[in-house]
Design a protein around this ligand. Structure first.
Ligand SMILES: C=C(OP(=O)(O)O)C(=O)O
Ligand SMILES: [Mg+2]
Length: 399
């Protein structure tokens, strides 16, 4: 019933105005799935390869489509993804592009769910998923590679951990975002927005911590449940010549570890992503040893959703959490394998968008399917609210 009968690929716009790959998958019983690849700006060195969309589409039409159409079943995700890997033949999807691969992989999952008449999260996660929801990590203030002349730290993320429902959590983050804007106004600081819709003011990181703490505490008082915050430092982007660059200042690795540990305690941070360079497993391990009992130390560029890199990290205790971005690795199968390896080793898997996104909502379903404690998918702006609103719909049994 779910045998794939057609795969079409096209270029569509992403949220930065760049082209990206969209895939449509049809099955013999009329099941349909459509998905589009996101795209990073602060990409990890070890991510699967994103090809220019025109090249990725041409290569996928030549190599992957013939191995999919009439050959595999959309309902059998491992079969679909194995065909994509076989069609590509490289370790990192350098032939057909991880952008083509992930769009097809996700579109096939949706087509499989369509045939079964099940919501995507249930097709991916099983009959007993759908009662637990991730806490959305909402990007409120940011800079780094996502906005020029703003903070060095890439993302300051609201985390409404005490919200009674996912809907209240989503609205809480929007309120924190609005409150941060008022505080910036009160300080006479103009702020444009970065790629993900976070405020991108020209303030120091120290000021951003203060603004974030004030915004979170005001909204916590207003709503009456616990809201904390976290960071994506995206430290690989700051690391050059053996030191971390904060504007004109630098920090050695030891200073960076001390700084992050101090911020964890001063601001009771619930989450810290990529506090150190993507090659520094030891630094990650040292920081995790110091503060991992009270916060999540999450590897994004460190692990790139890759089970081999995650295994190396597990061996040395490099983090207690992994960020999962399907396009970093190329298929849903690979992303699920990373989630499973993490959870078998007591680590939390956090599902994430990219800075370049589309209206695609797959990651909302992925987060529910994997019982993720957190999802990082922005706060406002259509391509972000697409996922947040989908979480609300899933909770409302309206998908
Ligand atoms: C979402 C992120 O940004 P990008 O997509 O640019 O890697 C991130 O670093 O976690
Ligand atoms: Mg990151």
């Amino acid at each position: 019933m779910t045998r794939i009968t057609s795969v079409s690929l096209r270029r569509v716009l992403d949220s930065r105005g760049n082209p990206t790959v969209e895939a449509d998958v049809l099955t013999e019983s009329g099941g349909f799935g459509r998905a589009a690849a996101p795209s990073g700006a602060s990409t990890g060195e070890y991510e699967a390869i994103e090809l220019p969309p025109t090249e990725a589409i041409a290569a996928a039409r030549r190599h992957a489509v013939p191995r999919l159409v009439n050959e595999v079943h959309a309902g059998n995700q491992r079969e679909v993804d194995a065909a994509l890997r076989a069609a590509d033949g490289s370790e990192n999807f350098s032939e057909i592009g991880a952008n083509s691969a992930v769009a097809i992989s996700m579109a096939a999952a949706k087509a499989g769910a369509d045939v079964l008449g099940a919501p995507l999260y249930q097709h991916l996660g099983g009959a007993f998923r759908g009662d637990n929801f991730p806490t959305p990590l909402g990007n409120v203030i940011g800079g780094g590679e996502h906005a020029k002349e703003a903070t060095n730290i890439q993302e300051f993320l609201a985390a409404p951990v005490g919200a009674p429902s996912v809907s209240e959590a989503v609205f809480a983050n929007a309120k924190v975002h609005a409150r941060a804007s008022e505080i910036l106004d009160e300080r006479d600081v103009p702020a444009a927005k970065g790629d993900e819709g976070a405020w991108a003011p020209a303030v120091s990181d120290a000021d951003a911590f203060e603004i974030m703490a004030e915004a979170v505490s005001d909204i916590e008082d207003e709503l009456g449940f616990e809201i904390r915050f976290g960071l994506d430092i995206a430290a690989s982007e700051m690391f050059e010549d053996g030191v971390y660059h904060y504007g004109d200042e630098t920090k050695t690795t030891d200073e960076q570890i001390d700084y992050v540990a101090e911020m964890v305690d001063e601001y009771d941070l619930v989450y810290v992503e990529d506090p150190l360079d993507e090659n520094d497993y030891e630094g990650f391990a040292e920081l995790t040893e110091r503060v991992g009992d009270r916060t999540l130390i999450c590897g994004d560029d460190l692990f790139v959703t890759n089970v081999d890199r995650l295994s190396d990290g597990i061996d040395v205790g490099a983090a207690n959490s992994i960020l999962i971005k399907p396009n970093q690795i190329g298929t849903l199968t690979d992303a699920f394998d990373a989630v499973e390896l993490a959870s078998r080793n007591g680590m939390d898997a956090v599902i994430s968008h990219r800075s370049g996104e589309t209206e695609d909502t797959t990651i909302a379903h992925l987060a529910v399917a994997t019982d993720a404690p957190f999802i990082k998918t922005g706060t406002v702006q259509g391509e972000r609210t697409a996922k947040l609103n989908e979480l609300i719909r899933i909770a409302d049994d309206a998908v």
